[in-house]
Design a protein around this ligand. Structure first.
Ligand SMILES: *[C@@H]1O[C@H](CO)[C@@H](O)[C@H](O)[C@H]1NC(C)=O
Ligand SMILES: *[C@@H]1O[C@H](CO)[C@@H](O)[C@H](O)[C@H]1NC(C)=O
Length: 232
């Protein structure tokens, strides 16, 4: 697959250090070695929201990594499903544009809460957005090829028992996938974090748990990303 060898990462660190000392940090054609897309949770202002914690961990571990926020409403209440639909389209469009411009760059996806739902639907196919209803991935072929890891935190589509779940939740979220759900093209590249007290990806009653995944599981997620960037 797309994966970098450890050697390549080391070589790139050196190249990047040189480029950065010249005020650059990006490779020829302004394409980074690694691009991370972040999608925020409901009702936070445009930006990375709670996804920022892991975004910054990745940028610290791989200097020169460029972070791009998914631009979508992240609206709640009666606007929620419309917002999810717009978010799915934004994920598809922004990743397709990037991988067309930078076909050699590695992509990391990180979605938080509603932001996780839109990535889940875009990569695994979704019942959301009826006009695009699909059981298969909606992202471009180049995006599918170049995406190394997809980190979902507090995903309302969480359902217990899936191979890529992390955390102790034993009940699904308010928009849970069916129990036999599979995402064969990406399941070995996904980690989906959910703890039982979370009211959104599970049936708990502690919103703080929902907001805390970056701190609770950020280094675990980073380890997973690193493992995906190192050829096996
Ligand atoms: C697949 O990914 C690798 C590594 O990022 C890249 O070199 C190659 O050009 C990509 N191929 C396609 C068809 O996108
Ligand atoms: C899951 O872990 C959290 C701590 O993150 C804890 O508060 C909760 O009680 C645990 N749930 C179960 C069912 O063990």
């Amino acid at each position: 697959m797309l994966l970098l060898s450890l050697l390549n990462i080391c070589v790139w660190h050196v190249a990047s250090a040189v480029a950065q000392s010249r005020g650059g940090g990006q490779r020829a054609g302004n394409c980074p070695q690694i691009q991370i897309f972040g999608a925020r949770e409901t009702t936070t202002p445009q930006g990375f929201g709670s996804a920022i914690t892991l975004v910054e961990l990745v940028q610290k571990r791989f200097p020169g990594t460029v972070a791009e926020e998914i631009v979508y409403p992240a609206a709640g209440d009666e606007l929620y499903s419309r917002s999810v639909g717009q978010g799915i389209l934004a994920v598809i469009k922004q990743t397709a544009a990037f991988s067309a411009r930078c076909p050699q760059s590695i992509i990391i996806m990180h979605g938080y809460s509603q932001g996780a739902q839109i990535m889940d639907d875009a990569f695994c196919g979704g019942p959301d957005l009826p006009q695009l209803e699909s059981a298969t991935s909606l992202v471009s072929k180049a995006t599918a090829n170049n995406t190394a890891a997809i980190i979902l935190m507090g995903n309302p589509r969480f359902v217990p028992g899936l191979s890529f779940n992390v955390g102790n939740a034993t009940a699904g979220g308010f928009a849970a996938r069916p129990a036999d759900f599979e995402c064969p093209e990406f399941d070995d590249r996904i980690q989906s974090y959910c703890e039982s007290p979370d009211p959104f990806c599970s049936n708990g009653d502690d919103p703080d748990t929902h907001q805390g995944y970056g701190f609770q599981f950020g280094s675990d997620a980073l380890d997973f990303i690193v493992s995906k960037l190192v050829a096996n």
